[in-house]
Design a protein around this ligand. Structure first.
Ligand code: CP3
Length: 350
């Protein structure tokens, strides 16, 4: 039995005493203890591959702040790495692939990897569940098929998605082939995380918002909907909520809500009251504090938190979060002020 199931209850729009909160990238470089463990591991990837160290850093933010959920410490790019693309992190440059998908032969050779290649992720999930001892639920995650494809085709981050978009308009069949493989892989990957103990799952569609109207529905949303339809929604007698987060996807909330997911992650460009009106009682909402507002002093942070809570209004169905990952330049004391204000101030709305 979970000691604190407020997060799961809010995702399922069941009554809660306060608004639960967790933060995207809550384990990361803004915490000095994370930097120390990462140094000990040698590299970010080695940190992901050690279940002991991945467990340690997953729990670090929970030791500091009374967060209502833990998120598996890993990365979305472990999946293309398991497909043989060769993930590496060049210092100061972000993620890169040694063998990006650059020609038709490579694309046609792509297959759903053996889940044993991702065994270290599932081992971390089991290990984190044991260490959490039911304090709060554990969130599992994956990238969306489209967001993964962006990295797989570009070979790293990109400002303009030149290669992906060229393929999308010239050879949509090739992009669809990649997305189909990615969707099947992600479904298996998330279902295995659920079997190993993930109590909710989130799909990060970081780049879906870069697509044109119509292309988003065809190349990103459709594949997330396919995954939602293929996920185990119950494990050990517990409902497993699914959260979809398309950054920059505020204009497509009705489409996202129609996929059958339980909750939508929102970035900070969306008004919560308006979003709530648009999705009705179909899904819960997660978000959407501007992560850069955490650079301001605690008094300003408190003001913004109160504004968001007022925007959502009365009742359950809101999980407080940032609109994107926390910056490495964030002062941890400001995070403490945010969490404290969410917990204290949200009670008046329940
Ligand atoms: O939220 C958490 O605390 C869980 C861990 C988590 C990480 N990455 C750890 C990480 C999660 C959920 C992710 C998801 C992820 N990874 C996404 C989707 C969410 C988003 O931010 O849009 C994406 C696009 C990636 C790919 C990725 N991984 C990038 C672009 C980078 C470099 C950016 C950076 O901050 O350096 C990473 C590296 C990464 N993933 C770090 C962490 C803590 C920093 C690694 C380090 O210690 O240097």
């Amino acid at each position: 039995m979970l000691k604190n199931d407020t997060f799961l209850r809010a995702l399922l729009r069941q009554p809660v005493d306060y608004t639960p909160v967790w933060l995207m990238r809550q384990a990361g470089r803004y915490l000095p203890e994370y930097c120390a463990t990462r140094k000990q591991a040698g590299s970010f990837l080695q940190l992901c591959k050690s279940k002991e160290l991945a467990t340690e850093v997953t729990l670090q933010p929970l030791e500091r702040f009374p967060l209502d959920a833990a998120i598996l410490f890993s990365d979305i790019l472990t999946v293309p790495d398991a497909m043989g693309l060769g993930l590496y992190f060049a210092e100061g440059e972000g993620p890169k692939f040694e063998r990006p998908l650059r020609d038709e032969a490579a694309i046609k050779a792509l297959v759903v990897p053996d889940m044993r290649e991702l065994r270290y992720v599932f081992d971390a999930v089991s290990s984190i569940r044991t260490a959490l001892d039911n304090r709060v639920p554990l969130i599992g995650f994956s990238g969306s098929p489209f967001t993964l494809a962006c990295y797989m085709i570009e070979g790293g981050g990109s400002d303009d998605f030149r290669r992906v978009k060229t393929m999308m308009y010239d050879r949509p069949d090739l992009l669809h082939h990649i997305l189909e493989i990615n969707a099947r892989t992600v479904t298996e990957y998330l279902n295995t995380q659920i079997e190993c103990g993930a109590q909710a799952v989130q799909i990060f569609d970081t780049w879906g918002g870069a697509l044109a109207y119509g292309k988003y529905q065809e190349f990103s949303l459709a594949y997330m909907a396919k995954i939602v339809a293929g996920l185990k929604r119950e494990h050990d007698g517990q409902r497993i909520p699914v959260i979809l987060f398309t950054k920059g996807g505020g204009q497509w909330l009705e489409d996202l809500a129609a996929t059958g997911c339980d909750a939508l992650g929102l970035d900070w460009t969306v008004n919560l009251a308006d979003a709530r009106r648009r999705v009705g009682d179909k899904v819960a909402l997660q978000g959407n504090f501007d992560p850069n507002a955490l650079f301001a002093q605690p008094a300003a942070i408190e003001l913004e938190v109160k504004r968001l809570l007022a925007d959502y209004g009365n009742g359950s169905g809101h999980v407080f979060n940032l609109g994107h990952g926390i910056s490495q330049f964030t002062n941890p004391e400001h995070v403490a002020a945010l969490v404290q204000t969410v917990h204290a101030h949200s009670k008046t709305y329940k």
